[in-house]
Design a binder for this molecule. Structure first.
Ligand SMILES: [Zn+2]
Length: 357
C-alpha cells in the first residue's frame, strides 16, 4: 500500500524545521505547566470553561503564560484545551470556537514574543470532545473530524507554531483529531493519559499509541511530530508509560508532561503532592527515559517549572530509570499495570520491572 501524500496534508516544512532545530540546539525542551490548577486560584470556578477567559479575563491568561515563560519554558500551550464545539456546548458557548481559539493564540503569542533572550514556541492545545464514539456513544468519525478541524483551523489562523493533541484516551478520537490537524499542514503532536492500570481509560497501552502514530502516518501522509503522555494520575505512572513507549519506539520524539507528584483528595479539592525538588528529579528521570520535551500537567506551577528548568540545564545523562528508582524518588504508582506480578513488585517496592521497560 502506498501512503497518500495529497498536498493538503503536506506538513509546513519551515515550521517543522524550526521546532526540530530548537530541539537539536537545546537537547531537550521545557514545556509549560498546568492550566486549570493555576487558574483556580485566580478565580476560575470549577466546571467553567477556561477558554471563556480568553475574552473576559485576558490579563489572567497572560499572567498564566508569563509565569511559565519567566520560569524558562521553551513551549507554552494555548488556553484552548476544551475549545471544541462539544465541550463548549455544555455552556451554550459552541458558537465561540473560532473566536476563543484565535484569542487563545494571540494571548500566548504576545507573551512568547516578550521573551527577548530566546525562542518560545506556541502550541495549540486540543483536548478531547468528552463524547464517546460509536458504537459505545453517538460520536461518528466524521463529526469528530469536523469539530477538531474547526478548532485546529482557528488555532492556525491565530498563528500557532504547532498543534498539540493532549489528554487523549480513545484511539478513535486520536485518529479524528490527527486527521483534522494534518489537514491544516501544521506539525502536530499527540499525547495520551495512561491512567488506568498503565493503559488509557479506553484500554490503549503506551505501545499502542506508537502503533497508532505509525498507522496515522500512513493514512494521513503526515507523521505526528512527537508522541507521549500527559496528565492522568501520578508522575511515577507517567514515567513508566514513557519507558514503555521509548522502549518500543526508540526513535520517536517523546513528550512527558506529568501531573505534579500524586493527586490527593483534600475536602472538595484535589491537591498535588509534588514539590519543586521532586519535579526536578522527575525531569532527570523523564530525560533518562528518553523524553525530549518535558513539562508538567495538573498541579505544576511556575515554581515547579523553575526547578525543572534548573534540572534540565544541569542534566547529566544517566541510565534508564528502573521502577524501583521511580517509586523511591517520585512515589508509588497510583494505578499500576494490571499484570499481577507487576502489582506485587510495586507493592513490595521490589525489583524486576526493568525487563519490561
Ligand atoms: Zn493534567
Amino acid at each position: 500500500m502506498t501512503a497518500p501524500t495529497s498536498a493538503p496534508n503536506a506538513v509546513d516544512e519551515t515550521k517543522l524545521a524550526k521546532i526540530k532545530a530548537l530541539i537539536a540546539e537545546k537537547g531537550a525542551l521545557l514545556a509549560d505547566g498546568a492550566t486549570g490548577t493555576n487558574l483556580f486560584p485566580m478565580g476560575l470556578a470549577s466546571g467553567w470553561p477556561p477558554e471563556e477567559w480568553n475574552e473576559t479575563q485576558p490579563d489572567k491568561i497572560r499572567k498564566l503564560h508569563q509565569g511559565f515563560v519567566d520560569a524558562g519554558s521553551d513551549i507554552i500551550l494555548t488556553n484552548s484545551f476544551g475549545g471544541n464545539r462539544h465541550r463548549l456546548k455544555l455552556h451554550h458557548f459552541q458558537g465561540n470556537v473560532a473566536k476563543w481559539n484565535i484569542l487563545a493564540v494571540q494571548l500566548a503569542r504576545e507573551v512568547a514574543q516578550s521573551a527577548k533572550d530566546r525562542e518560545v514556541l506556541v502550541a495549540g492545545s486540543i483536548g478531547p470532545t468528552g463524547e464517546l464514539f460509536v458504537p459505545m456513544g453517538k460520536m461518528t468519525h466524521d463529526e469528530a473530524v469536523d469539530s477538531f478541524r474547526e478548532q485546529a483551523e482557528a488555532l492556525k489562523e491565530g498563528g500557532v507554531d504547532l498543534l498539540w493533541i493532549e489528554t487523549m484516551s480513545s484511539p478513535e478520537e486520536i485518529a479524528a483529531a490527527a486527521e483534522a490537524c494534518a489537514s491544516t499542514g501544521l506539525p502536530f503532536t499527540i499525547t495520551a493519559s495512561f491512567d488506568s492500570a498503565g493503559r488509557t481509560m479506553m484500554g490503549m497501552p503506551p505501545e499502542g499509541l506508537g502503533e497508532l502514530a505509525e498507522k496515522l502516518t500512513e493514512d494521513l501522509g503526515q507523521k505526528p511530530f512527537a508522541i507521549g503522555s500527559n496528565c492522568g494520575v501520578g508522575a511515577s505512572d507517567l514515567l513508566v508509560a514513557i519507558l514503555a513507549l521509548t522502549k518500543a519506539y526508540p526513535d520517536a520524539i517523546v513528550i512527558a508532561k506529568a501531573n505534579c507528584g500524586i493527586p490527593e483528595i483534600k475536602g472538595d479539592k484535589v491537591v498535588y503532592t509534588g514539590t519543586p525538588d521532586l519535579m526536578g528529579k522527575y525531569m532527570h528521570m523523564a530525560l533518562d527515559a528518553g523524553a525530549s520535551i518535558v513539562g508538567g500537567c495538573c498541579g505544576t506551577s511556575p515554581d515547579h517549572l523553575v526547578a525543572m528548568r534548573k534540572a534540565l540545564d544541569s542534566y547529566v545523562p544517566s541510565d534508564r530509570p528502573s521502577l524501583d528508582q521511580i517509586t523511591e524518588e517520585i512515589g508509588f504508582l497510583m494505578s499500576p499495570p494490571r499484570d499481577e506480578a507487576d502489582i506485587a513488585k510495586n507493592r513490595r517496592g521490589g525489583r524486576g520491572r526493568r525487563g519490561r521497560s
